[in-house]
Design a protein around this ligand. Sequence first.
Ligand SMILES: Nc1ncnc2c1ncn2[C@@H]1O[C@H](COP(=O)(O)OP(=O)(O)OP(=O)(O)O)[C@@H](O)[C@H]1O
Ligand SMILES: NCC(=O)N[C@@H]1O[C@H](COP(=O)([O-])[O-])[C@@H](O)[C@H]1O
Ligand SMILES: [Mg+2]
Length: 389
Amino acid sequence: MRLSTPLKSNSVKIMLLGSGELGKEVAIEANRLGCEVIAVDRYPNAPAMLVAQKSYVIDMKNKEQVLDVIRREKPDYVLPEIEAINIDALFTAEKEGIHVIPNAEAVNKTMNRKNIRVFAAEELGLKTSKYEFVSTYEDLKEACDRLGYPVVVKPIMSSSGHGQSIVKSPEEVITAWEFAKEDARGSADELIVEEFIHFDYEITLLTAKNDNEIVFCPPIGHIQSGGDYIFSWQEMEMSETALNKAKEIARKIVEGLGGRGIFGVELFVKGDEVYFSEVSPRPHDTGLVTLITQSQSEFALHIRAVLNLPLGFEFLTPGASAAFKADKDSYTPEFEIDPAVFRVNSRFIVFGKPEAHPGRRMGVLLVSDKEAKEALKQAELLIQKVKIL
Ligand SMILES: Nc1ncnc2c1ncn2[C@@H]1O[C@H](COP(=O)(O)OP(=O)(O)OP(=O)(O)O)[C@@H](O)[C@H]1O
Ligand SMILES: NCC(=O)N[C@@H]1O[C@H](COP(=O)([O-])[O-])[C@@H](O)[C@H]1O
Ligand SMILES: [Mg+2]
């Protein structure tokens, strides 16, 4: 492995398309290996920009603007960090010899619920919830009736629960339709209607892949509210049968998508049955907990995978994370953190987002303990001691 110093002509150049909290940790790991980091996002002073060597503010959905920064910088690797990126630009960049992580087609498949669901369920034969795709209100109504209530309605392109709702009765279909249209983070031209899975629990199985090996992190349990994560813990206790099924699904999906990097494979578990839900071809928000539990966090593993370095790591301790979300608007967000939060076994990470809005994730609390359950209890308690002024 050849490594240099950032900004030298021979340094490895990494471009992050999306510069939020996950990208910031990736940038820090890349910097530690002497890589040069170019952070790109839709607004200035995004978290990863605060630690990158250079940054650009562009319209991430505009093909010319995305291609322009790539052509100008000629990075060795382009790492998509968000879902809402112009995909044609990635295909073109790849054709021009740029290494997109994990590859443009994998990004294309995973950014669109229709592509990834059809690929997973119909091509790879993975078990998923029943689903239908609709583009008119009438079709949505019929699909909900056919699948039977409750159902989950989601825009085909979105993330962090934006535009997503659980529909419990025919009367609620109209609200779900309107919400999907107004709150989608990508495109709500089409919606997916999914059978509601009454799972016992859900996990993220972080799976790292380089050209030679695939490694699995211990499963991460999590709790979601409104389609967005609020607590996660590692390791989630599960039966050997369920864990083996989870690994088998994860292996199939990452081999199917190909390329190098870390993948967050989202799975629902009911008894020993495991359902594939979706996958991020990049670090996962629920995986922030690995910053305190693993010798190599998901961010370090991502960079190692990108650079095709060995992926070995140790699970050091059980732990938990609590997302800190703002409850108000602020253009000069300031935290008030009770010193009690800073225990021997806990940390609070401020992402550094320049603006706070109700529901926006601004930081994360991490706790380790002998048992994940105990760490989770402490995380639930300590997160209440953080406020935005
Ligand atoms: N078919 C389903 N049955 C039961 N619960 C579901 C179903 N689909 C989604 N959920 C719940 O909603 C959460 C968010 O769904 P999903 O992961 O599809 O949305 P998302 O917007 O992509 O979120 P993120 O970007 O944070 O991963 C899931 O983690 C799960 O808790
Ligand atoms: N579930 C996906 C996820 O967690 N993505 C993370 O959130 C950022 C966007 O935050 P913002 O919406 O507050 O700008 C993204 O840049 C990424 O780091
Ligand atoms: Mg998800």
